[in-house]
Design a protein around this ligand. Structure first.
Ligand code: PEP
Ligand code: MN
Length: 338
């Protein structure tokens, strides 16, 4: 960290700040220039995170050097983390493809979709049993019955089950059925939930909050890893740009490349929620893989027009098949397989 003082700061004030820094076991190096005094501080500056240096009237600015996350950073752990859950492997050379309905609506539909996507090359099955809906009048999910349906689909296909947990009180229940616990965009900063899924030791798919910066996103992932659980998959699912409303969200494609640079955790893309329209799922998926994504999570439905949630962004199995074909070509071009 570098602390910049205001012009004409007195020796007494410089001494006050130096003492404060030393109290935390760090080494300040006071450097007096013609106009300004700057104090570079050597040591792990994260211990100073809660010191409000700017409340000293003679401090002009504080410039952190280290990222506010540690365990998820590539500096801390240079090699890629590979998250493994049954049929699903995310972060290796082979791309992960998680497909399935937005919501589990009944057993028959989820088993049928699972069979169809498995045949076409999916490596994981998605489907929400507990749904975080914007309106309290919208379908809220089947709850535990939905989890049972997902298990039936896993038994029929061998596909690993990825499903959302929206409440700390449900973590144990959902972990009993699911292979991967999804924390959705709306809960990315639900810190108690992050701690709880961290403690569960279960693989976690943590979606980016719709208004979260990359830094905030990685700090959220740090919560999970801090609990001793490094099995965390990140997922860019579109952000609120505040400008564009033609698509449901704005797909932050370059965030995928940035995340791959900053963290060792695998990064997926969700082209369904990122675009909100089925016709853009294929181009968004191909672009994500070209940008370095470790896979995609995509919504598939047998009758999108009858879906209880997100029908307009769900693709038919046939379209999923052609998406897989195109994905293979892009994967090959960037040295990956599907
Ligand atoms: C979902 O995957 O169904 C979902 C609700 O996604 P998000 O949290 O990204 O909106
Ligand atoms: Mn959805």
């Amino acid at each position: 960290m570098i602390i910049v003082l205001k012009p004409r700061t007195s020796e007494r004030d410089i001494d006050r700040i130096v003492k404060r820094i030393r109290k935390f076991g760090l080494q300040p190096y006071v450097s007096k220039g013609k106009e300004r005094t700057v104090i570079p501080v050597i040591g792990d500056e994260r211990v100073l995170e809660n010191v409000p240096f700017l409340s000293f009237p003679f401090v002009e600015k504080v410039m952190p050097i280290l990222a506010p996350f540690k365990m998820v950073s590539r500096e801390f752990h240079p090699k890629n983390t590979v998250v493994q859950a049954r049929s699903l492997s995310v972060g290796g050379r082979k791309l992960a493809v998680i497909a399935g309905p937005c919501s589990v609506e009944n057993r028959e539909m989820v088993v049928k979709i699972a069979r169809a996507v498995k045949k076409l090359g999916a490596t994981g099955l998605r489907g929400g049993a507990f749904k975080p809906r914007t309106s309290p009048y919208s379908f809220q999910g089947l709850g535990e019955e939905g989890l049972r349906c997902l298990v039936a689909a896993r038994e029929a296909t061998g596909l690993a089950v990825v499903t959302e947990v929206i409440d700390t009180r449900h973590v144990e229940l959902v972990a009993r059925y699911a292979d991967v616990l999804q924390v959705g965009a709306r809960n990315m900063q639900n810190f108690e939930l992050l701690k709880e899924v961290g403690k569960s030791g279960h693989p976690v798919l943590l979606k980016r909050g719709m208004s979260a910066t990359i830094k905030e996103y990685l700090q959220a992932a740090e919560y999970v890893v801090h609990e001793g659980n490094d099995q965390v998959i990140l997922c860019e699912r579109g952000i609120r740009s505040g400008v564009e409303d033609y698509t449901r969200n704005t797909f932050d494609l370059v965030a995928i490349s940035v995340l791959k640079e900053l963290t060792h955790l695998p990064v997926m893309a969700d082209p369904s929620h990122a675009t909100g329209k089925w016709r853009y799922i294929e181009p968004a998926s191909l672009a994500a893989v070209a940008a370095g994504a470790d896979g995609i999570i995509v919504e598939v439905h047998l009758k999108p027009e009858e879906a209880l949630s997100d029908g307009e962004q769900s693709i038919l199995p046939g379209k999923f098949g052609s998406l897989m074909k195109s994905l293979r070509k892009v994967a090959r071009a960037v040295g990956r397989t599907v």
